[in-house]
Design a protein around this ligand. Sequence first.
Ligand SMILES: Cc1cc2nc3c(=O)[nH]c(=O)nc-3n(C[C@H](O)[C@H](O)[C@H](O)COP(=O)(O)OP(=O)(O)OC[C@H]3O[C@@H](n4cnc5c(N)ncnc54)[C@H](O)[C@@H]3O)c2cc1C
Length: 368
Amino acid sequence: MKGYDVIVIGGGLVGATIAWGAGRTGASVALLDEGDVALRASRGNFGLVWVQTKGAEMPPYAHWTRRSAELWPQLASTLREATGVDAGLQQPGGLMVCFSEREMEERHQLNRRMHNTCGDIGCRMIGRAELKEMVPAIGPRVVGASYCPADGHANPLLLLRGLHRAFLDHSGTYLPGRGVDAIAYADGGFTVRCGAENFAAAKIVLAAGLGNARLAPMVGLHMPVHPVRGEVIVTERMRPFLPYAGHTMRQTVEGSVMLGDSQEDVGFDTAVSVPVLRDIAARNLAAFPILAEATVVRVWSALRVMTPDGFPIYEQSLRCPGAFAATCHSGVTLAGAHALELAPAILSDHLPGKFDAFRAARFPVPAP
Ligand SMILES: Cc1cc2nc3c(=O)[nH]c(=O)nc-3n(C[C@H](O)[C@H](O)[C@H](O)COP(=O)(O)OP(=O)(O)OC[C@H]3O[C@@H](n4cnc5c(N)ncnc54)[C@H](O)[C@@H]3O)c2cc1C
């Protein structure tokens, strides 16, 4: 049976950042992934590296998100230099447009709460005149916006490709088509069974997205994640008109415009819904009437990996020391922190105190 220092289960953004972060320190790491049949948020997301709304109700999450946005340039440049793959990071700041004075007031209150509980990162409300100077294409119905200089966006598919390529360059072992059926713990080590194959490791990391809910109890953990569907519209390439990231709209470096963002509680249904797409288009069209000229080239839906309170879970098992688990619904935003701070913490055998707020113990374990 082939043995490794670490087995990471799940080759999406969370697993790939951890596997790369662990592999670059010299550990022998295997990355097991279920394959193309799987539900994969990492291949269907919006690509924001988003800070401004994150963590108002949970300051440790706000700080973790901010830290990740700070680490992102280091992650992007390290991957680019090592592999030539450019994840397309841009951090020009982000806008959340408001269509009424009431929306402006609500955003203002949120910014104040964030400022008071989490510190100042330069978020501020901007009125219509200033917004029009920043983004001349803004529509007449927009009253103003909340602006945060820490927000940005990236190409999540290139990020994933860069991580996988860099992981392989560090002698990582990528094993696709391996859905993990069972995990056994004995004598301080783990055996992971995928069909007829078994793999052994001293340490395992569950990073299987929605699959974590089923795998976690095998190592004494509890990962209550559920799907939340989001739908995305992509237009043909347009001349550049949006030089900022937007909460529901961003223009890629190539010129395509991506529109979102729905939050739908529909179980594991990955269909697209015309009424939802119509709502997404209508709100963004009101913000940027120039979109009326655009041809839609693709629409899709994907399932977010959501915890009951929306905040990440980072866990280590007491029953099976050496088993860790990670999940979050902002795997693009948190990629910097996962690669450069979470992965080394896992390798050190112990999650330090700053991860305490993210433990799954905050959720009740259902009775067997
Ligand atoms: C519509 C949408 C928009 C989003 N927009 C943003 C955004 O703008 N910014 C942001 O930061 N985040 C965004 N997200 C969230 C982000 O995509 C996710 O947080 C991130 O992709 C989660 O990565 P993951 O690796 O945990 O999960 P996944 O990408 O789902 O990967 C899990 C992997 O685990 C594997 N797996 C599952 N079970 C098993 C098993 N038993 N054995 C082996 N492998 C297994 C699967 O094959 C899969 O590849 C968005 C998500 C959606 C759906």
